[in-house]
Write a protein that binds this ligand. Structure first.
Ligand code: NAD
Ligand code: LMR
Length: 344
């Protein structure tokens, strides 16, 4: 009886939101860095997605074990592990969405930019392979520093003649996840009812939550003072550092990032499948500000980022925060572009 119950539960999870198993659109997702701290729980969550029929798990090593493990879950995705560079192309071929959490994480005392030296070339190498093997895939970049790795990816694809700005995304979902959690806690409402825009980039002051535009349902237990909003803003900006310090040398956010990455990838898949009203915040090529890459609300559809929405009205403090964010983000974008062009 319990086996039957488990099968029913898996079947009902697998058909959730997809209109039943018979209607599932075949979709391949590849995860690059799948044996890592983010990669493993992300592999688990994508195996649970009702939108994934084929899941390719790639890393330099360790993926046969991760693939064997999650492949036993009785959900619809067929799973295959790929290890080492000579298997990278096969992992990528036919992918609709590629999620990239490959690269080193921070230790206490480091900034995300300190990861640039190692991660810039890792991302560039993987993006080259994507440009060759699956140039039409939606690319979800998680590897830090996102503010530079996204422009590196854009320049790399441009040089190959396959760049489509609608298909390249820097994953900033964890900033939204954090802002919603902290805000709901602070005002005492159901976390599922809150919406807080977070725009800009994904490092320190480039992360700009817009609490003046926050929305929720139900009666708030508390009105927030300007000081409390300021503290929430800082906590959202420093959320990554809070986890790095708590892990004390054992890396950065992995579980909450896997959750956020799965949310974002699922939205990409729903967009590809033409599900109405799919939108997420993400760092994309943008004309919303003077910075050529900027995170704001994006409407997702069959061709990727189909519409990039503006910022709405900002209060005075948020406007000041925006100016600071744009200056720092522009410098990080330029650093990425320079690396992609001349390797330095
Ligand atoms: P980790 O060290 O646990 O895992 C990284 C994995 O990448 C490892 O398994 C490693 O073998 C693999 N890898 C390294 N080079 C590779 C290559 N060339 N091809 C394929 N795989 C390769 O690190 P983690 O905690 O999973 O973090 C990964 C990255 O994600 C870091 O750069 C981290 O800063 C970033 N991150 C971003 C966000 C975000 O919000 N965007 C959140 C958390 C972490
Ligand atoms: C995060 O926001 O948790 C990640 O970018 C990892 C980090 O280095 O903080």
């Amino acid at each position: 009886a319990s086996k039957q119950a488990l099968q029913n539960a898996a079947r009902s999870y697998a058909s959730r939101g997809a209109g039943g198993e018979r209607d599932v659109v075949p979709r391949k997702v590849a995860i690059l860095g799948a044996a890592g701290g983010i990669g493993q729980p992300l592999s688990l969550l994508m195996k649970m997605s009702p939108h994934v029929t084929n899941l390719a798990l790639y890393d330099i090593a360790g993926t046969p074990g991760v693939a064997a493990d999650v492949s036993h879950m009785n959900t619809i995705a067929k799973v295959k592990g790929f290890a080492g560079e000579d298997q990278l192309h096969e992992a990528l071929e036919g992918s609709d969405v590629v999620i990239i959490p490959a690269g080193v994480p921070r230790k206490p005392g480091m900034t995300r930019d300190d990861l640039f030296k190692i991660n810039a070339s890792i991302v560039q190498g993987l993006i080259k392979a994507c440009g060759e093997a699956c140039p039409k895939a939606l690319l979800n970049i998680i590897s830090n520093p996102v503010n530079s790795t996204v422009p590196i990816a854009a320049e790399t694809l441009k040089a190959m003649g396959v760049y489509d700005p609608k298909r390249l995304f820097g994953v900033t979902t964890l900033d939204l996840v954090r802002a919603r959690t902290f805000y709901a806690d602070a005002i005492g409402v159901d976390v599922n009812s809150v919406d807080v825009p977070v725009v800009g980039g994904h490092a320190g002051t480039t992360i700009l939550p817009l609490f003046s535009q926050a929305r929720h349902q139900g009666q708030a237990q508390k009105e927030l003072s300007a000081e409390e909003i300021d503290a929430l803003t800082k906590r959202t900006q420093d959320g990554g550092t809070e986890v790095v310090q708590a892990k004390a040398g054992k890396g950065s956010a992995t579980l909450s990032m896997a959750y956020a990455g799965a949310l974002f990838a699922d939205s990409c898949l729903r967009g590809l499948n033409g599900t109405a009203q799919t939108s997420e915040y993400s760092m994309v090529q943008s004309e919303v500000t003077s910075c050529p890459f900027f995170a704001s609300k994006v409407r997702l559809g069959p061709s990727g980022a189909e519409e990039i929405l503006g910022l709405g009205e900002l209060n005075e403090l948020e406007q000041k925060g925006l100016d600071v964010a744009i200056a720092e983000l522009t410098a990080s974008v330029e650093k990425g572009v320079k690396f992609a062009k001349d390797g330095s």
